[in-house]
Design a protein around this ligand. Structure first.
Ligand SMILES: Nc1ncnc2c1ncn2[C@@H]1O[C@H](COP(=O)(O)OP(=O)(O)OP(=O)(O)O)[C@@H](O)[C@H]1O
Length: 637
């Protein structure tokens, strides 16, 4: 079965939405009136409204304007009229899509643990609990164990889970760093759920179950920087908590607050939230943090950088949350710049530092390619890349491609252009209302638009199983953002491909990029060396060691290789984490939107020159070495 099957269905069933003033008919760009057709897709665009510009008209629509997750009750009549026709169309597409997936998709074969066998692990802090090898070795309780085995189909813990879960179950504070896609969510969720279950008073009593309480008193709080990641963690946590009696609720900006508040009335044991919305519900006295025993910060370095730190400090230090020592705090990320570690230690008490793989390293599972492309040639290069990818079919027929750009305007512009030249794309960024953001993510995940153009709002945490290729159309300014972006592929033991478009403007990241690629046992292009000297802000100064230099406290560390289980003391390599954290793309507490709109990076000029030599070398039909044809993103088919 091919995409044309469901794209045909989409067009055939599409109905024209009712237009209301002040709210445009949102029409997916790839279904707007076009002259070209993607990949031989046969859209029937007659049933779609013409492409009259952006077709959105909802910029600056405010936080409350976007609607919630899907089609929840409580929307206004106008909202309903606007959404209803689309909903029916969309449901039909998803239905068809599900049929396709049933036929096409093989069941998940689970994580490729071999990919993690040799990964070095380092711990520091006093009395570090021993890691475990199996879930059976840890007493997580029958219901949770059952969910791990039967609902999640996790056979054994990933390295971060093997090490972090015993630490957390021992009641210790933890700062944990592990590569993208290596299972950090479960590593903090399992001990939290277990702890909630074990608390002396039953969760029902603590949370006010059985009577309609105006204020919820969660026992655990999980904070995340973006709304989408917040939703994802909420979904994961609900899966883990199935039939345990533990109640999980979510609070994030952009969705109707009333719906979230009503959900609290049933009691909340674990609250997953973004900082802005959390502050809001606390100020309305609908949530109190005074019973919080567990605090987890996912993407903790991002949560504690300049953008979020004041808000987090307010939540953790100025409201009614118990202080360190009376609550257990866990910080997780794939990157942890040293100055953020220093800052984070304010929130921790006698904590254990744990790193699985090098702090801020990418996983070897991701094949990284750097291509020299001038700004003027980027679009042409992207077109050829996507065309070759489609023609070769080498990433698997249901593979998804994620394209990162620097600006929100750049994302819209590139999305429009891709659709015009026949590639079904959608875009996600902080100027879209929440409804559009979630919809973009959904149609990407489902493969309706297998290309997603994104700002950094999609760079962290999102776990989209079939992302086989991440393209950095615009490279970020700091290497940590690059690590998170490419980490959207190569997850859970699967392999992935990451392509970066590099030119002189990216010199500041050259050194760190080159080191990162070498560290992943891959070849950095020789021409990159000439830009390395100019590197500054993106540079993290890796040092010569392949492993070391993490815990900023930097003494008395225990480290051992994951495969021999014997601890040995090691010194640290000198490391300077630099830590220029880019400021855009996140769900900022105050606004709910990206902090900056940098103006259009991507011009709308049509480019005609042939692809640069490097591009042909890398991706042409050679097939040798790491040539593009030789890359099969294992596990996608
Ligand atoms: N023990 C396990 N066995 C099999 N799959 C697992 C296991 N633990 C987690 N996974 C799967 O691995 C994938 C990645 O997990 P997760 O999203 O928690 O990664 P992460 O480390 O938080 O990534 P990121 O740094 O990007 O946030 C998920 O699809 C998850 O279901």
């Amino acid at each position: 079965m091919s995409y044309s099957y469901f794209s045909d269905s989409y067009a055939a069933t599409a109905e024209k939405p009712v237009r209301h003033s002040g709210r445009s008919n949102y029409n997916p760009p790839h279904l707007r009136d076009q002259n070209t057709r993607p990949f031989g897709y046969s859209y029937r665009s007659e049933s779609q409204p013409p492409n009259n510009g952006r077709g959105r008209g909802r910029r600056g629509g405010g936080r409350g304007g976007g609607g919630g997750r899907g089609f929840v009750p409580g929307y206004s009549e106008l909202d309903r009229q606007f959404r209803e026709p689309y909903r029916r169309t969309y449901d039909t597409v998803v239905e068809k899509l599900n049929e396709v997936e049933v036929v096409d998709e093989k069941p998940s074969m689970g994580i490729n643990f071999d990919a993690y066998e040799d990964i070095p692990v380092e711990t520091s802090g006093s009395d570090v609990p021993k890691p475990v090898n199996t879930f059976a070795e840890i007493d997580l309780g029958e219901a949770l164990n059952d969910n791990i085995r039967n609902r999640c189909k996790y056979v054994k813990p990933t390295p971060i889970q093997r090490h972090a879960i015993p630490v957390a179950l021992a009641g210790r504070d933890l700062m944990a760093c592990a590569q993208t896609g290596s299972g950090k969510t479960a590593a903090f969720c399992f001990p939290i759920i277990c702890g909630v279950l074990n608390l002396q008073s039953p969760p029902e009593a603590a949370a006010g179950f059985g009577r309609r309480e105006m204020t919820a008193y969660p026992l655990a709080l999980v904070l995340s920087p973006t709304r989408e990641l917040c939703c994802q963690i909420h979904e994961e946590a609900k899966k883990f908590c199935y039939q345990t009696g533990v109640k999980v609720a979510v609070a994030y900006g952009g969705a109707p607050i009333g719906h979230q508040l009503r959900s609290f009335e049933k009691g909340v044991d674990i609250l997953v939230a973004t900082p802005g919305r959390l502050t809001d519900v606390i100020e309305r006295s609908r949530v109190s943090l005074k019973r919080v025993k567990y605090l987890a910060l996912d993407e903790a370095d991002r949560m504690l950088d300049m953008g979020f730190e004041p808000q987090i400090r307010k939540i953790v230090e100025c409201l009614d949350m118990p202080p360190p020592g009376r609550r257990q705090t866990m910080l997780f990320s794939a990157t942890f710049p040293e100055q953020i570690q220093r800052l984070a230690s304010d929130f921790l008490s006698n904590y254990i530092f744990l790193s699985v793989g090098r702090v801020g390293s990418s996983t070897d599972l991701i094949l990284q390619k750097v291509v020299f492309v001038d700004d003027m040639e980027k679009r042409d290069c992207l077109r050829n890349l996507l065309r070759d990818q489609k023609a070769n079919g080498n990433l698997g027929k249901n593979a998804l491609t994620l394209v990162f750009v620097e600006t929100k305007r750049g994302a819209d512009s590139l999305e429009r252009w891709l659709c015009q030249i026949g590639f079904p794309a959608t875009a996600i960024h902080g100027d879209k209302v929440q409804y559009e953001r979630e919809r973009a993510l959904n149609i990407f995940k489902n493969g309706v638009t297998p290309i997603l153009v994104a700002t950094d709002v999609a760079s962290r945490g999102l776990d989209i199983p079939r992302v086989a290729h991440v393209i950095n159309f615009d490279l970020p300014k700091d290497i940590d953002s690059y690590v998170h972006r490419i980490g959207r592929t190569g997850r859970a033991g699967k392999s992935g491909l990451a392509t970066a478009f590099f030119n002189a403007k990216n010199s500041s990241i050259a050194k760190a990029l080159s080191e990162l690629i070498k560290e992943a046992h891959q070849e950095s292009p020789s021409w990159l060396a000439q830009y390395v000297d100019g590197s500054s802000s993106g540079d993290r100064c890796y040092g010569s060691s392949k492993f070391g230099g993490r815990d900023y406290r930097s003494s008395n560390s225990n480290s051992y290789a994951a495969d021999n289980n014997s601890y040995s003391t090691t010194g640290y390599a000198a490391a300077d984490y630099g830590g220029a954290n880019g400021g855009s793309g996140y769900d900022h507490p105050s606004s709910g939107y990206d902090t900056a709109d940098y103006g259009g990076a991507s011009g709308s000029v049509e480019y005609a020159p042939p692809p640069p030599a490097e591009f042909s070398d890398c991706y042409g039909g050679g097939g040798g070495g790491h040539g593009y044809e030789s890359i099969v993103a294992g596990g996608w088919e």
